[in-house]
Each structure stands twice: as C-alpha cells, then as structure tokens.
Design a binder for this molecule. Sequence first.
Ligand SMILES: [Zn+2]
Length: 236
Amino acid sequence: MLIALQNFSAAQTSFDVNIGGGVWTAACEPFVVEDHLVWNPGAGATHHLGFGMKSVLNGHLTLGLGVRGHYMGQNRGYRTSLKCKYPDCDACDENDGRGVFINWSGQDSVGRSIGRDEATTDYAMISVPFKIGYQIGKFNPNIGVEYNYRMGIEKNVGELQSIGITTGLRFDLNDQFAFSTDFYGGVTKDMTHQGTVYSGQRGADDVEELETYDFKWRSYRIEFTVHYKFGGGSAK
Ligand SMILES: [Zn+2]
C-alpha cells in the first residue's frame, strides 16, 4: 500500500504552471422569441495563468486538477434587447415605431435593453477544473467539471458563479512541456431576468402582450494552454 502510494505520488503525478488564452461568450436562452433574435452575439478575449497537476493512475486513466486566474475582456453578449434584424418583418416598422419589444421586469419602459453593465466590464475570474481522462500515447482526451467565480472589474455586477462541463485534449510533448485545448460550457446560469414580450407601437395603447419568459444567460469558453511541468517525475 505504501509502495503504491509512493508510486502514485512520485512517479505518476506531474505538476505544472500554465499560461494561455482564448475566447468566451455569454448566450441567452431562449435566444429567439416570437421569431426575433434576443441574443446579442458577441465574443470577448480571455487570458489565464494557472497551476495544475495530472496523475496517471494505472497507465491509462488520468486525473487532472487545477486552479487558474483569468482576465476576461468585455462581452456584449450580456446586453440584450429585442431589436428586429429582419428586413421584411411584418410585425416591425422603423418608420412608425411598430415592433416587437421586451419589457424587463423591474423596468418601467418597454423596449429598453438589459445587461448593460455586464456587457461593458472586463472580468477577473478564478476557475477550478477537475478532469478525468484517458492516456493514449502522448494524447490525453479528458472531461470533467469546473467551478467558476467571477467579478466585474470596471462595473460592480456582483459575484457571478457557475459550474459547467469542461472537456479537452492535452498533448504531452516531453517531460517539460504539454499543450492543451479546452472547452467550457456553463451548466448553471450566470444570470436570469424575466421579460415580457410585446408587439405593437411603442408608447401607444394598442400594444399586445405576447408572452413572459425567464431568460437565462450561460457562458462558454474555448482556450489554448501551454504547460511547463516541474517536480513530480515523468508522468506523461
Ligand atoms: Zn421584426
């Protein structure tokens, strides 16, 4: 047992510092209501610096654990209104102010956007990924769960916490360097807002209430990382 533990810690585990970058977005669900696009497609850059460990348990099965600090650029995907993007839309007419609008709960005027602060701040984030993988030569496809804790830098948007699925592919070049690419998809929400969709002329009496939705925003990232391994020994 002791020998097994020594083997586990000495020979099969590697530690690394890592650095990387990628892109992220926040997407709204539902992203289409009443045939109109709600999601404001946008992407931001993200950079990270972290610490990780990877253990090869029985020659093939791997466990990975890490902690990373991210600097994430602003992302207009959070700013949401219902603007008609369809040239031949029957419901909307720019000239007489007719259209399809959202009234967000807590706001008194129809047609305003929401998520302005969330969309105009950079973020600092800590992520903690935990992954299970399978080693095939130098390649390590893996999947796991990740916890994110994020705060706005220029704007106070509270604490955005989420848990998501992370999946990736790592390539261990040699005893010193490894490269990996990872995808994170939020399972829990960054934020929610209730909005009621109206159709008609803005400010007029004949607006028709269509439906109320609970809109949810989740975040997604794709990242590329370079790992510099130290200590631990020669785990792949
Ligand atoms: Zn329209």
